[in-house]
Structures are given as C-alpha cells and as structure tokens.
Ligand binder design. Structure first.
Ligand code: BG6
Length: 492
C-alpha cells in the first residue's frame, strides 16, 4: 500500500451529508486502522465561521451514540477528532482555499520522507450549484504543488449529477476540463452496499446461476426501493428532482446494470464499467404504458413544495432490453416514498415449470430474492413437499440470512467502503462519465414528459403500497405474486 501524507478535505463540512455519512465513514475507517494517525489529516471546509473545536463538538454526536459507547470507542473518538481541522471560506473566492493549501502543505512537509508522495482527496459534500466554482478553485489553489511532487489528487462528487442529459453532460464537460476521468470518483452509495457488491460474485462465481440467467428461464425481474417515510424536511430539494432522479436513474439503475450486464472480461474496473455501459445502451426507449407515477397525499402540504407540484414521489417503470439475453424480459423498477415498509430488494422470478405435474397444488414460482436492506439476505423461493404423510406441496426457501450466517461480522457502511476505494484508487464501484450519459439517455425523455405535464402522478395514501395501477402494471408484465407466503428473517 501507498504511504505518505494523506489529506482528506471534506468540502461542505457543516452540511447534513458530511455529518451523517462522510465523517462517520471516516471514523469507522480510522477505527479499523485504514487511516493511520501518522499519515492522515482531515480538513473540514465550509462557509460557516467556527473553530476546530466547534466542528469537533458538532460531529461528536454523529460519530458515537451517547448511550452505549464503550470506553475504547470514546478513546478512539477523541484521537480521531484530533485529526480534524477546520478551515472556513467561500467557494467563489480563492482566500479560504489558499489558506487550506497552506495548511495541507505544512502537514505534508511535516509527515513526508524522501520516498513518499502526497495524496489529496477532496470530498465534495456540496450543493450542485457551487460545484463548478469549487472545482476551479481546488484546481487553482490546491493541486499545483502535487504535480511537482508526484502525488495524486482525487475528487469525490455526489449526486445529483445534473437534471437531465443536457445538464449532466454540461457538468461532465466542466469537470473534464479540470480533472482527468481517473481522478474523478462519482459516488453512488448503492454501489457500496454489501449485497450490491455481491451481485457479480453471485452471478459469475456460481455454476448454478450461469445457465439460468436469461430469457429462457427468467420471466421478469423487479428492483424495488421502498421507504416508509415521506420527504420530511427535504421537500424543497426533492420537488426539484422527484423519485426518478432521486432513486431510479442512479441507485436502482446501477443495481439493474449489475443484474443484467454481460460477464466482464476481467474484474478490472474498466472492464466492469464497459459492460455496464453496454447494457444501458441496449435499453429501449421507455413506453408511456410502462410507467405508473404516484404522489402521496399530503406531500404538497410541505410549505417548501409548490401547491400544484407534479413531482412524483413514486414510480414504477418497466425497462426492456434489446439483446440476446433479455429480449422480452421486463425489468420492473419501482421506488416510492411514504409507502408501507422500508426495504430494497431484487426479485428474479423464474418461468413456470414446463409440463408441471404439480401444477394444481402449487402456490408460486421460483424466485431469487436479494434483500439489499434491511436484514441482508439472499433466498430462493422454491416448492417442496409439505412434511407429513400427505403428498402435498408448499412454498419454502433456501435462505442465506446474513445476520444468522455471519454472526459477529459487521457489515461496513456503504460510504465507508467507497471512501476506502477512493484512497486505494479503485474506481470499480464508481460511475464513469459514459455510464452517466447512458443512464440519463434512458430517463430524460420521460422526465421531460413529466415536466411538461403530459404524465401525471396518481395520488396514493401514505403508508400504502402506492397506486393500485402499479400493481396492475406488474401483473400485466407477468409478475406472479405468491399469495399466503411471507419470508421472515431468522431472528438470530
Ligand atoms: C439518497 C436519496 O440518495 O438515498 C434519499 O436522496 C434516500 O432520498 C436515500 O432516502 C436512501 O438511501 P438508503 O441507503 O437509506 O437506502
């Protein structure tokens, strides 16, 4: 592994994302020894004028829970907080950034030996409006020195990466003028989830799945995200984007790629990302009949949401892939806020058994379910003989529940894993520019039709399954719901 001073600069340090995700992930990496104190310095940068200690105090409660922290954890916490410094400044003038550069350079010269090089990781936890000027200033003030020293500068950017194809391409062009693609880490935290990372292993390391993963065996695929709360406190932001931009075009489409892509030539990040782009480019234009939009009742009561907002908080969209493997197999992508439960899963439903001699007593089809969250699990619904004297069948499952099978193993947070990848220089789980473009190409026409009012969301009750029209669409697409069967995660 590389050694030498590592400076992690969190821009937007006083914002929600930094407090809730970035700093906790850094703390967990520190606790596991990935951020050695003799090399690392963390900088928070934001407009607010506060001292180092004030930032540390603000972060404290996000890093450990008041009750339940062990003395060891508290000790780690105080050591970790000492690694954090704060610099205040704006994003449109150079002063603050020059100060930052001076501080970083001092840290680097203190920590560096002759053979070391310096590493600077900029994490942009910022609203998109300030991205362009922030990139610029980072470039002007904070990386020149490194080119001379032979180190690296990497830049982590968060969604939203634009609102549609055109704006995303504009942003991509702006950043490409300043940084090279290998320096840019477009983060999509779904790619850091344990079971999303397991997807390619499951598909390509198991003989069992290889021959089945195609249109001959699979009837339909669902990728579903549900939240049982609304846009609480984020209505203003959300209304500008809507559920398709917030969840589907990025998180669920990334999952879709991993389910549908062809086998990459190797595990090299570029080979994997090449395959993702190919499958995205094989998606057919979305048909209006393949879309159901919803908006939960009460969404517009949020004072930051316009009274006549046409923004969907729920969407079911069927994607159809034009290639040899998937022609005719609907990929049903569904996401919604204020629904009846909080979970995300992938459901691969197999076709009926041809010439099935058990047909009359059968309750459902084989279905491979990958539960991304909560209670990570992979289970396969299958028909077995009901134990007993009678010859009857029932739905059961082969079940790999992580909590039970991997007792004592802590599953890392998505951000933790992805930040470590940025330090290691592994771009496999980050979105490449052409991938981003291809994903916007799929959704932009639909988004424009919604914006023009050509498609309208159907109201649904908070706490429900969403509009019933979405269930009808699912049925039409061929999804056969097993009634009377529920999967319960094992308790231990
Ligand atoms: C974010 C969205 O990207 O993902 C939020 O902006 C959403 O609206 C969140 O709540 C969901 O992430 P997770 O990891 O809780 O499923």
């Amino acid at each position: 592994p590389e050694t030498g001073p590592l400076s992690i600069i969190v821009l937007g340090a006083s914002g929600d994302l930094a407090k809730k995700k970035t700093f906790p992930a850094l703390f967990n990496l520190y606790r596991q020894g990935f951020l050695p104190s003799d090399q690392v310095q963390i900088y928070g940068y934001a407009r607010t004028k506060i001292s180092d200690d004030e930032l540390r105090d603000r972060l404290r409660s996000y890093l450990v829970h008041d009750n339940g922290a062990s003395p060891e954890q508290l000790d780690d916490l105080s050591k970790f907080l000492q690694l954090i410094k704060y610099v205040s400044g704006s994003y449109d003038s150079e002063d603050g950034f020059c100060l930052l550069d001076k501080d970083i350079s001092e840290h680097e010269s203190k920590k560096k030996s002759a053979e070391d090089s310096s590493r600077r990781l900029f994490y942009l936890a910022l609203p998109p409006s300030v991205y362009p000027s922030a990139y610029n200033i980072v470039l002007i003030c904070c990386i020149c020195f490194l080119f001379l020293a032979g180190g690296w500068t990497r830049i982590v950017v968060e969604k939203p990466f634009g609102r549609d194809l055109e704006s995303a391409e504009q942003l991509s062009a702006q950043i490409a003028e300043l940084f090279d693609e290998p320096q840019i880490y477009r983060i999509d935290h779904y790619l850091g989830k344990e079971l999303v990372q397991n997807m390619l292993v499951l598909r390509f390391a198991n003989r069992f799945f290889l021959p089945c993963w195609n249109r001959d065996n699979i009837d339909n695929v669902q990728i579903v995200f549900r939240e049982n709360f609304g846009t609480e406190g984020r209505g203003g932001y959300f209304d500008q984007y809507g559920i398709i931009r917030d969840i589907i075009q990025n998180h669920l489409l990334q999952v879709f790629c991993l389910v549908a892509m062809e086998k990459p030539i190797s595990l090299k990040p570029e080979h994997i990302r090449d395959e993702k782009v190919k499958v995205l480019e094989s998606v057919l234009p979305i048909n209006d009949d393949d879309v159901v939009l919803g908006q939960y009742e009460g969404y517009r009561d949020d004072p930051t949401v316009p009274d006549h907002s046409n923004t969907p908080t729920f969407a079911t969209v069927i994607l159809r892939i034009h290639n040899e493997r998937w022609e005719g197999v609907p990929f049903i992508i569904k996401a919604g806020k204020a629904l009846n439960s909080r979970k995300a899963d992938i459901r691969v439903q197999f076709k009926d058994v041809p010439g099935d001699i058990y047909k009359c007593s059968k309750k459902g089809r084989n279905e491979l379910v990958i539960r991304l969250q909560p209670s990570e699990a992979i289970y396969m619904k299958l028909t077995v003989k009901k134990p007993g004297l009678e010859m009857s069948t029932e739905q059961s499952e082969l079940d790999l529940s992580y909590r039970q099978r991997y007792q004592g193993v802590t599953i890392p947070e998505a951000y933790e894993r992805l930040i470590l990848d940025t330090i290691r220089g592994d771009q496999q789980h980050f979105v490449r520019r052409d991938e981003l473009k291809a994903s916007w190409e799929i959704f932009t026409p639909l988004l424009h039709r919604i914006e023009n009012g050509e498609l309208k969301p159907i109201p649904y009750k908070p706490g429900s399954r969403g509009p019933t029209e979405a269930d009808e669409l699912l049925k039409e697409a061929g999804y056969d719901q097993t009634h009377g069967y529920t999967w319960n995660p094992p308790s231990s």
